[in-house]
Ligand binder design. Structure first.
Ligand code: AMP
Length: 221
C-alpha cells in the first residue's frame, strides 16, 4: 500500500481554487475523509447556537473566523469522530497562527503533506461567482461550468435538496476573501515549504485535469 493513503493532507489555496472538489474526488478514489472548516462553521451557524451567532458576525464579512474558535471546532470534531489519519483538511489552516497552533497541539492529528492549488485570479472570480452549493451535503455545483452542472437545474444530484449561492460567494465579498487569503493564508506557503511538507499543483483548467495532476503527485511520493 502506498504510504500517502495514511497521510493527513492539507489542501491550501484561495477561495475557488478547487479545494472542495479535489477533496471530494480524492475521497472517492482513495477513501480519504474530508473535513472542511467552512462547512463545520456553516453547520454551527445553522444550529442557531450562541457560538454560531459569534461565528456569523465574522463569516458574513468575508473575514476569517476567530482562530481559537476554529481550532476548537475543528479539533473537537476530529477527536469526537476519531479522525486521526487519511483525513483531508479543506480550508484549515488559514493563518500562520492556526498552523502553529495545530503544529504544537498535543493531538494525535498531524499534517503530513500540504498541496497548494495555484490558480489565476480571473479563474477564481469566474468559478466563485457561478458556484452553487447543497447546504445539506456540501456538494459543489456551478451554474455554467459543464463538469459541475447539476442534472436538474437548482437541485442536488445526491439528495434532491435545493442548491443555493453561499452568501459569501456574492461578488462584493469575493474580492474581500481573496485579499484576506493573500494577507493571512499565503504566508503558509513558506511556513510549510520550510517544513518540507509543501507541494504546488497548477490548479488552472478543468477539474479532471487538476485532479490528474494531484493524483500524479501523490502516486510519485
Ligand atoms: P470556505 O467554505 O472554506 O470557503 O470558508 C468560508 C468562510 O468560513 C471563510 O471565508 C471564513 O470566514 C470561514 N473559515 C473557514 N475556514 C476557516 C479557518 N480555518 N479560519 C478562519 N475562518 C475560516
Amino acid at each position: 500500500m502506498n504510504k500517502f493513503l495514511k497521510y493527513n493532507l492539507v489542501l491550501l489555496g484561495p477561495p475557488g481554487s478547487g479545494k472542495g472538489s479535489v477533496a471530494e474526488l480524492l475521497c472517492e478514489k482513495y477513501g480519504f475523509r474530508t473535513v472542511s472548516t467552512g462547512r463545520l462553521l456553516r453547520l454551527e451557524m445553522a444550529s442557531n447556537s450562541e457560538l454560531g451567532g459569534i461565528i456569523s458576525k465574522q463569516y458574513k464579512k468575508g473575514k476569517l473566523v476567530d482562530e481559537n474558535i476554529v481550532v476548537d471546532v475543528l479539533f473537537n470534531y476530529l477527536d469526537k469522530n476519531n479522525l486521526h489519519s487519511s483525513v483531508i483538511l479543506d480550508g484549515f489552516p488559514r493563518s500562520l497562527g492556526q498552523a502553529v497552533t495545530a503544529y504544537n497541539k498535543d493531538s494525535k492529528f498531524s499534517v503530513d503533506l500540504v498541496i497548494y492549488l495555484d490558480v489565476d485570479y480571473d479563474a477564481l472570480i469566474f468559478r466563485i461567482s457561478n458556484r452553487l452549493v447543497c447546504e445539506k451535503c456540501g456538494k459543489i455545483y456551478s451554474k455554467v461550468i459543464p463538469e459541475f452542472l447539476p442534472k436538474t437545474p437548482g437541485v442536488c444530484d445526491v439528495d434532491g435538496s435545493t442548491l443555493h449561492q453561499r452568501p459569501d460567494d456574492k461578488k462584493e465579498l469575493v474580492q474581500e476573501r481573496i485579499l484576506e487569503f493573500e494577507k493571512m493564508t499565503l504566508p503558509l506557503v513558506d511556513f510549510y515549504k520550510e517544513k518540507n511538507l509543501l507541494k504546488t499543483v497548477d490548479g488552472n483548467g478543468p477539474i479532471h485535469e487538476v485532479f490528474d495532476r494531484v493524483v500524479a503527485l501523490l502516486e510519485s511520493l
